[in-house]
Design a binder for this molecule. Structure first.
Ligand code: SAM
Ligand code: SF4
Length: 345
């Protein structure tokens, strides 16, 4: 353990975080990189410009930042990106953060990944105390997968899923529902997931960042998809809660869970318990607003004192709006300029 570790190993307990509407904030999502080995059509444009390295928080800074949140009552921490597993030093970060699981300060450490590098890392993630992961998968057809991800290899993700199962990780598949590309495949994705003991969550496309396509054409309401699935299976509302935004249904015939994340057709803001931090240390209290609080300056200007960082976190949480307001319409600009890969999904 370095002297730096000693300083942050046991974060001081202070008043838990609550926003101006009385919602307790105990779920943090941190994007550890804006880079990715895929270029999903709804997420990125083909030629993305990535951030220069000095702007991105180091592994030590990410650890310190996450630990400060844990000291403020964060119970669930999700590491995301970009693609978290392409970030150099990512496993070292998980290893450092796992001390908060062992101390009991953190209830859950998890990640969202595209799965391409999971085969190499699943066993180690499980060893470090990660219990559940979200893996994004939008098609089981290799050609559609390659088109949607602009060149991705489905077999690598399937190998990653096998490794996750072998390591005992609980998997939830995330699928963005797309009108043209995968709508017809969604029943097959549900069957695939539930046969392997995975839950499946469907997501509506959100208007985040300029991409090369028109999102209006891609958008399909999950209310429609749900009706289609309900004509095949019996969907019983489930009380299951993960602290995330999905509404869950138990599929009677398969026994598996189906989650629906409907930021556009039905918002879920009243129970929102989470905030996000980008890989440059910008706190966004709401996915659908341009509110932003810089946490990198207090991190870097006060390398051995957390009080300015904690004050900045509290200022950022005080900006959390009551609800987001996403709309997808012809010719409308994205609701927020930043991409999902910057904020972290
Ligand atoms: N690279 C990892 C992955 O794909 O799982 C983690 C980051 S990715 C930004 C997190 C999630 O956001 C993925 O499930 C992805 O499908 C979803 N996502 C990305 N852009 C989106 C958008 N515009 N609308 C809805 N979901 C989006
Ligand atoms: Fe990469 Fe994930 Fe965005 Fe796809 S959704 S481009 S895998 S960050």
């Amino acid at each position: 353990m370095t002297p730096f570790d000693a300083d942050i190993a046991t974060p001081p307990r202070t008043l838990a975080l609550a926003d101006p509407f009385g919602r307790t904030i105990d779920y943090l999502r941190v994007s550890v990189t804006d880079r990715c080995d895929l270029r999903c059509v709804y997420c990125m444009s083909e030629k993305m410009r990535f951030l220069p390295k000095p702007e991105v928080l180091t592994i030590e800074e990410l650890d310190r930042l996450c630990s400060a949140f844990i000291g403020l009552g964060t119970k669930k921490l999700r590491l995301t990106g970009g693609e978290p597993l392409v970030r150099r030093g990512f496993m070292a970060l998980v290893e450092r953060l796992s001390r908060h699981l062992r101390s009991g300060a953190l209830r859950e450490l998890t990640l969202t990944t595209n799965g391409t590098q999971l085969a190499q890392h699943a066993a180690e993630l499980a060893r470090l105390g990660v219990k559940r992961i979200n893996v994004s998968l939008d098609s089981l057809n290799p050609a559609v997968f390659a088109r949607l991800t602009r060149g991705g290899d489905l077999n690598r993700v399937l190998a990653g899923l096998d490794a996750a199962s072998a390591a005992g990780l609980k998997v939830k598949l995330n699928t963005v529902a797309l009108a043209r590309e995968n709508r017809a495949e969604i029943p097959a994705l549900l069957q695939f997931a539930h046969r392997r003991g995975f839950d499946l969550t469907l997501i509506e496309t959100m208007p985040m960042g300029e991409i090369d396509e028109d999102r209006t054409e891609q958008f399909v309401s999950l209310a429609e998809i749900k009706a289609e699935l309900a004509s095949i299976w019996t969907l019983n509302p489930a009380a299951h809660a993960t602290g995330g935004p999905a509404r869950y249904f138990r599929v009677e015939e398969t026994g598996g869970l189906l989650g629906l994340i409907t930021p556009l057709s039905e918002h879920f803001c009243e129970t929102c318990n989470r905030v996000r931090v980008t890989c440059t240390g910008t706190l966004h209290a709401c996915l659908g607003h341009d509110d932003a609080t810089d946490l990198r300056a207090p991190l870097r200007e006060h390398p051995s004192a957390d009080a300015p960082l904690i004050a900045a976190i509290r200022r950022g949480i005080a900006l959390k709006p009551e609800r987001h307001d996403f709309r997808i319409g012809m010719g409308e600009a994205p609701a927020v300029a930043r991409h999902m890969s910057t904020t972290g999904g």
